[in-house]
Design a protein around this ligand. Structure first.
Ligand code: PSV
Ligand code: MN
Length: 398
């Protein structure tokens, strides 16, 4: 193949992948959020799970790449006639589907000393009951994945027995795993610190991996890109987990300092590219790979819907660049031990302006080339500001 024919083939293959790429958006990204210092409320923010779905549907309408919405329980708990069935139908009518169910065992007073690792058995039972309730909800919504993140940990050396806490965690995970249906999975997220400051019970990918390995095939690791120490090579973790068949999901976001929850690809687009390159190398972009590509973000000071749209576009751009790497040139350089040529093969792809390619992909799908502009032109932002008055806005205390 000549150089230009190879490039055309790569571009065509990249377009096919980009057209089927799906990025799940988080229901909580549409609500008010902030820091422990202040939550700034925004006009037009959803008050109900249905209104969050309305906003998520806008993201999908203009990107064509965000067909599912993750729910967080109890933030998105629905009662009454039809319950989750009705919520699922509501989503479908708006062109989206309900996605991953996120459990929440971090916001009750009872969880001060932990949830499933709490030294008090009654608290552990309460936390476990919530996790099992989440599986019931998955049965009702048809969701495949249960995402577990535990804020559990200790603030002071000696506060609790680190080993006993691992035993309690393993026991709870086992019970939840046994409750899952054959087509359901558990994805276990880890986080270096916060809210616990001395020892977190699932602090890193190794801990999550070890628990998932014991549980079985349907337990996988969730990599939240914001949950590592500065300088951590996240793409190595991704490559390793993919190689072991244990990468289940991403929570994409980006960070300058800690768990900033900024828009994916905003702080370090090069890192996002390196991650997506390893995803591609490990087969994670192939149809049916089973990797859930989710955003886990909060938009504190920026308008929420266009921020989610921008995040989806950032993931798409990193993916497009990863798909454009000249594999042959890279492999040749690696075989020859040509360090500079190998690095150049990656950098050439990273430095490609893929925005025209993505605009073409969108136009071929009947979408506008610029999703943010299309959203602004739609008038939705104005409609929710005038339409959503009264009631209680969703969010962290605004
Ligand atoms: C914890 O920091 C986390 O990343 C978990 O995924 C939670 O479910 C989510 O944030 C809440 O925003
Ligand atoms: Mn997360």
């Amino acid at each position: 193949m000549t150089g230009s024919t190879a490039h055309e083939a790569r571009t065509a293959a990249a377009k096919a992948v980009l057209k089927r790429q799906a990025i799940e958006t988080p229901s909580w990204g549409y609500g008010n959020s902030g820091t422990r210092f202040k939550v700034f409320a925004q006009a037009g923010v959803p008050r109900t799970p249905r209104e969050k779905l309305d906003d998520a549907a806008q993201v999908h309408q203009f990107t064509g790449a965000a067909p599912t919405v993750a729910l967080h329980i109890p933030w998105d708990r629905v009662e009454g006639p039809g319950g989750y069935d009705a919520l699922g139908k509501y989503a479908q009518e708006r062109g989206v589907r309900l996605g991953t169910i996120n459990a929440n065992v971090f916001q009750d007073d009872d969880y001060k000393l932990g949830s499933v690792t709490n030294p008090e058995p009654a608290v552990r039972r309460k936390a476990l009951a919530h996790l099992l309730e989440c599986v019931d909800i998955m049965d009702a919504t048809g969701s495949r994945d249960l995402k577990l993140w535990f804020s559990d940990g200790t603030n002071y050396p000696g506060q609790d027995d680190l080993r006993a806490r691992q035993d309690r965690l393993a026991e709870a995970l086992h019970t939840v795993y046994e409750r899952l249906g054959d087509d359901q999975r558990l994805v276990l997220e880890y986080k270096l610190f916060e809210p616990a400051f001395y020892a977190t019970d699932v602090p890193d990918w190794g801990t999550s991996y070890a628990h998932c390995l014991k549980l079985g095939d349907r337990a996988k690791v969730c990599v939240d890109t914001g949950h590592h120490a500065p300088g951590t090579n996240i793409e190595f973790i991704v490559a390793f987990l993919l190689r072991e068949g244990k990468l289940g999901a991403f929570d994409f976001n980006s960070r300058f300092y800690a768990d900033d929850d900024l828009m994916a690809g905003a702080a370090d687009p090069f890192q996002l590219f390196r991650i997506l390159y390893e995803v591609r190398r490990g087969g994670g972009l192939e149809a049916g790979s089973g990797i859930a590509f989710m955003l886990d973000q909060c938009h504190n000071i920026e308008a929420k819907i266009p921020a989610v749209i921008r995040s989806v576009m950032n993931v798409q751009e990193a993916t497009a660049k990863a798909l454009l790497v000249d594999d042959e040139a890279l492999a040749d350089a690696q075989r020859a031990g040509d360090v500079l040529a190998a690095n150049a093969a990656l950098m050439d792809a990273y430095n490609t302006d893929v925005r025209p390619l993505l605009a073409e992909v969108r136009e071929e799908q009947g979408l506008g080339p610029d999703p943010v502009a299309a959203y602004h032109a739609s008038g939705w932002a104005e409609r929710i500001v005038t339409g959503r008055t009264g009631g209680q806005q969703a969010g962290w205390g605004a």
